[in-house]
Design a protein around this ligand. Sequence first.
Ligand code: DQA
Length: 151
Amino acid sequence: MTFASVLVLNGPNLNLLGTREPAIYGRETLADVARRCAQAGERLGLAVDFRQSNAEHQLIDWLHDARERIDGIVINPAAYTHTSVALADALSAIAKPVIEVHISNVHKREAFRHHSYVSPIAEAIIVGCGTQGYVLALERMAVLLDKGTEQ
Ligand code: DQA
């Protein structure tokens, strides 16, 4: 099987998953999420490159580096969702499908979390599905990249 490449990017504070506000984000660690994404990738025919950074410039540099190499992007931009025009511009500069993921239902939370600079660029947005949202995003990405069966 030829594997399409998907970059799964995680923004600030997601390295603390599992211990950070578990009532909101659950008990699974980022390493658990990375493992689930790798397993989903195997099943779906996607090579998953899973990364996290607390630094806006690092996320942007990774996007620039991946520009020619990857077929799609799954991103949980975390707090940069609500603040970063620069990250949104970097995503716009890449003509590849983007799926935005949020572990929590941001619309049930503070008003400042209701706006996303990334959503207007995204093909799909998955919120409030917990860490399962990453797997759902990869399943949808497989369809968008013509690896899946459903449209
Ligand atoms: C988050 C929601 C954001 O508002 C928050 O800043 C995060 C995580 C989520 O996955 O639910 O860090 O993106």
